[in-house]
Design a protein around this ligand. Structure first.
Ligand SMILES: [Zn+2]
Length: 275
């Protein structure tokens, strides 16, 4: 007799099999990612259809057959329909799900990553916060949850906690103050065609962006998005730096991120009023 199970989770990856079936990757709190086979879920009459969609958070019922988990059905808790109202929202959601799938494993607890993703999709789908803030906060916190936390307490060399201009030593996850940077002769430069894991990446960081980094690294998850960067240029710098930080530690980029950047309406963030 197959063992019947159920779990709350969100679909972070969908792969169509061509015969009306699809593989789902379900992110759950207790068991991390669970691979599910949804048979014939494309059929309009399929009871599995509603829960087999990307970005759907719900309760999933399944049973094990051999090495496969077979989806029986389930009920939708939050479908995040509003994501599809806007191409930027949808593309950002796709990238966040790609990141989540990359940074979680089958069978490993992922409660914080699940909450991080659900909170971010809630904000993105309802356009509650500027996308740069949601994206950056997600990327930095995902880095922290994955063991790549930067030490933001102060300069790695002299220990000072405040400086008019810090640099972030990306690969070492460390801050360098203006004075120590001058003494060391470290020159901020973007990575250019080098292996990200090998390159020394030193990025300038304004005091406001550093404050946002410190907030996002440690704030309670339910209040993660309750911070502000009023200057659109600082929002972009924050988003760029969080992306650079996380991707440098992961060691590769994502097609979905490139897609998001390529299709983003020019000036989309600049037109948004600070809230
Ligand atoms: Zn220093």
């Amino acid at each position: 007799m197959p063992v019947h199970e159920s779990a709350d989770g969100i679909v972070v990856r969908v792969r169509d099999m061509g015969n009306g079936s699809r593989y789902l990757s379900l992110l759950t709190a207790a068991r991390g990612r669970i691979p599910l086979l949804a048979k014939g879920s494309h059929s309009l009459h399929s009871t599995q259809s509603a829960v087999s969609q990307m970005y759907t958070y719900g309760n999933y019922e399944f049973y094990r057959k051999g090495s496969m988990n077979i989806l029986k059905g389930g009920s939708v808790i939050e479908p995040f329909y509003a994501l599809s109202a806007d191409i930027d929202r949808l593309n950002l959601a796709a990238y966040l799900c790609d990141l989540t799938a990359e940074l979680t494993d089958e069978g490993e607890e992922a409660g914080d990553m699940l909450r991080l993703l659900l909170n971010a999709l809630h904000a993105v789908s309802r356009d509650l916060r500027p996308q740069e803030l949601v994206k950056g906060a997600f990327e930095l916190r995902a880095a922290v949850l994955s063991g790549y936390a930067p030490d933001l307490s102060g300069c790695a060399f002299c220990g000072r906690a405040e400086s008019d201009l810090f640099c972030l030593d990306v690969m070492n996850g460390a801050l360098i103050c203006r004075e120590c940077r001058a003494a060391r002769g470290a020159v901020p430069r973007p990575p250019a065609g080098e292996d990200l894991r090998e390159a020394e990446i030193i990025a300038l960081m304004s005091p406001a962006v550093l404050a946002a980094f410190r907030y996002c690294a440690g704030a309670p998850l339910e209040r993660l998005l309750s911070f502000e960067l009023h200057d659109p240029e600082e929002r972009r710098q924050f988003s760029r730096l969080c992306e650079l930080y996380l991707l440098s530690h992961i060691g590769h980029g994502f097609d979905s991120l490139q897609f998001y950047h390529n299709l983003r309406a020019p000036g989309a963030s600049a037109q948004r009023k600070p809230t």
